[in-house]
Design a protein around this ligand. Structure first.
Ligand SMILES: [Zn+2]
Length: 499
């Protein structure tokens, strides 16, 4: 049901996710920004505000803006006409070091500047940085406000937006007045602005899921909201709790003329933002939406709710792709063959890499060429863990147990820990996962999955240097049982239930 070109997307360098691995609003904000953001014309915002320090003895001389987010560089160059003043409104001299970085000669109280919000050159960047066009925009405080927070502590903010006539603003942040919001952690604050948004809301237990959508799609707003709600409920069942009480899902059309099937997404804090072109046919369009939501909604728990730090992207991207695929089969959104095809594709891609890298190393180089290894090899590691757990427990345990255990031990506000060390420790607590950790997470070995495939009754055939997977013709009882656990017969069960 999901075409290969869609799934391939995950393994191309184009798919990116903002590493929202700092804390989930669990430290007391050190500083506070009060600012007014005015959308003066299309593609430009002017910002003025002040910084309220943690203690008044503190002197802040370095002022800087985010310069690199998710591999998108040189963002500081978008800042113009920067100025600082003291509490008596007297200008404070400063020198500009590079774009978006300034060194003041004395302690400053207030700031003022402009931000160029032209659409980024690459459409995928539209999921990760602020932009504005003539009728809408996505504003992210992470790149709009100065990063004055000392010691990486969260900076809170009160922001008032000044919008063009007839424009609205949508956000999961706390609305405290007309176009005014209190934001606990400015780095996570996301605002959708524009005149064409349609809003829908769905309440799932304690969580409200809000959908903002604009433009014409091949699916209805209702279909999109229902899909998001069902996927959210599925993951809530897996983890046993909701990660947050308010989720904002933004579905934004990529600019006209973008190729079918192109998309980029990011889940920052409790905001899921998907920018996508549509597909030529309705069924493909719905499948793509499902796939986007299955992946991004999982991030609300992992990594966004985890108190883990550092570059453990191999886990929260690779294992997320795998679980999203597993969930697709479980929810009958994709066929078991799609699951096998995706695994084979990841395997083929990993095979092509001349220099194999450990997953820990590839995560360090995610934005400099190792992205496909983070995704493909990370996903294969997740599959090998799943197969080992299923095989060893005769189908009683699966990868789901590992997710639950990681979540239980490391969700915020638990103590922050290094992600690679914490995940490795949990995986290693299962003796059957030791070799996966040693060979692929810490080591750089070629993927060897013969035994895992055999235990599940799956065979790999090579044709023209390309490996394909299929279910064996003859299966023993154990293999049938494990395949069933993986969802092999899901469609059959479903059609029987319908009879
Ligand atoms: Zn992701």
């Amino acid at each position: 049901m999901v075409s290969m070109s869609i799934i391939k997307k995950w393994f191309s360098a184009a798919q990116v996710f903002f590493a929202a691995i700092t804390l989930f609003a669990c430290v007391a904000p050190a500083q506070r920004i009060e600012a007014n953001i005015k959308i003066a014309s299309s593609a430009f915002a002017s910002v003025e505000g002040r910084l309220i320090k943690e203690n008044s003895n503190q002197t802040i001389l370095n002022w800087s803006f985010a310069n690199s987010i998710a591999g998108i560089e040189n963002l500081g160059a978008r800042i113009s006409d920067f100025s600082l003043s003291d509490e008596n409104n007297q200008p404070i001299p400063f020198v500009k070091l590079i774009g978006g970085e300034y060194l003041a000669s004395a302690d400053a109280d207030a700031f003022r500047y402009g931000v160029n919000l032209n659409l980024p050159a690459e459409v995928k960047a539209m999921a990760h940085v602020s932009w504005l066009d003539d009728e809408k925009g996505l504003l992210m405080l992470g790149d709009l406000l100065p990063q004055s927070g000392a010691n990486n502590k969260a900076v809170s903010a009160r922001i008032k937006f000044d919008l063009p006539a007839n424009w609205r603003i949508i956000s999961s942040e706390k609305n405290t007045g007309e176009n005014t919001f209190d934001v606990k952690n400015a780095a996570k604050g996301i605002f959708l602005v524009g005149k064409t948004w349609r809003e829908r809301e769905l309440v799932n237990g304690k969580t409200s899921l809000s959908l903002a959508i604009a433009g014409e799609w091949q699916f209805s707003d209702e279909q999109a909201l229902t899909a998001a709600g069902e996927i959210y409920a599925e993951y809530q069942k897996l983890f046993g709790e909701a990660p947050t009480d308010k989720v904002q899902i933004n579905l934004i059309r990529l600019p006209k003329g973008t190729k079918f099937g192109r998309w980029a997404a990011e889940t920052r804090g409790a905001n899921v933002t998907v920018l996508s072109a549509d597909m030529p046919f309705q069924t493909q369009s719905v499948q793509l939406l499902h796939e986007q939501l299955r992946h991004e909604i999982f991030h609300l728990w992992m990594p966004n709710r985890l108190a883990l730090t550092g570059g453990y992207d191999w886990f929260y991207e690779g294992f997320t792709i795998y679980q999203a695929l597993r969930t697709g089969v479980a929810m009958n959104q994709i066929r078991f063959e799609d699951y096998l095809d995706t695994l084979a594709q990841a395997y083929n891609l990993d095979n092509l890499q001349n220099r194999k890298m450990s997953l820990v190393e590839s995560s360090k180089n995610r934005w400099s060429g190792a992205s496909s290894q983070v995704y493909a090899r990370g996903m294969l590691a997740a599959f090998l863990c799943d197969a080992a757990l299923l095989g060893e427990s005769k189908g009683k345990r699966s990868i789901a147990e590992v997710f639950r255990e990681i979540y239980r031990q490391h969700r915020a506000p638990n103590k922050p820990e290094d992600g690679n060390a914490a995940i490795t420790k949990i995986l290693k607590a299962y003796s059957e996962l030791n070799s996966v950790v040693e060979k692929y997470v810490a080591g750089a070995e070629k993927i060897n999955w013969e035994t895992s495939l055999e235990s599940l009754g799956i065979e790999a055939n090579e044709d023209n240097l390309t490996t394909k997977l299929s279910v064996k013709k003859k299966l023993n009882g154990k293999q049938k049982h494990l395949l069933n656990e993986l969802g092999y017969n899901n469609w059959r069960k479903l059609s029987e239930r319908r009879k």
